[in-house]
Design a protein. Sequence first.
Length: 145
Amino acid sequence: MKIAIAVSRYNPEITLALLESCKHELVGRGVPAQNIDVIKVPGAFELIYSCRKLARLNKYDAIIALGAVIRGETPHFDFIAFAVTQGIMEINLENKAPVIFGLLTTANLKQAKARIKGGKRGDKGVEAALAALEMINLVARERQG
C-alpha cells in the first residue's frame, strides 16, 4: 500500500498536527512509514495542483489532502474553500486513486483546534487516514469483481 499526503504549510499549528496524526494512524493500521510520501505546499489552493500531479503518477493507492482555511475579514475564505473543494472533486472523478478531502474550513482558530488531536470535535487527521484506508479497500473489492 502506497499513500501520498499533500499538506498545506499555511496555518502550520493546525496542518502539522493533522499531518502527524494522519501518519500515525496509517502506520498504526499497518502502512509502512516508508510507503507514505509527504508533499508540503504553500497553502490550501496549491493542494489542487499537487494532488492532481500525484494522482497522475499512478503510483499511489490513495492521496490525502490536508489543510486548514480559517475565515478572516475578507471573502478570501469562501473563494479558497470552494476552489479546493471543486478541485479535489474533479481529481477524484478523473483518476483511479481516491483523493481524501482533509481540509478544515472553520470560522476561527478555536474551531480548528477543536478538530485536531485532543480537540473536542475529534481528530480530522485520523479521520482522513481512516477514509483513505476504507477507500483503498473499496477499490480493491471492486477490482476483484
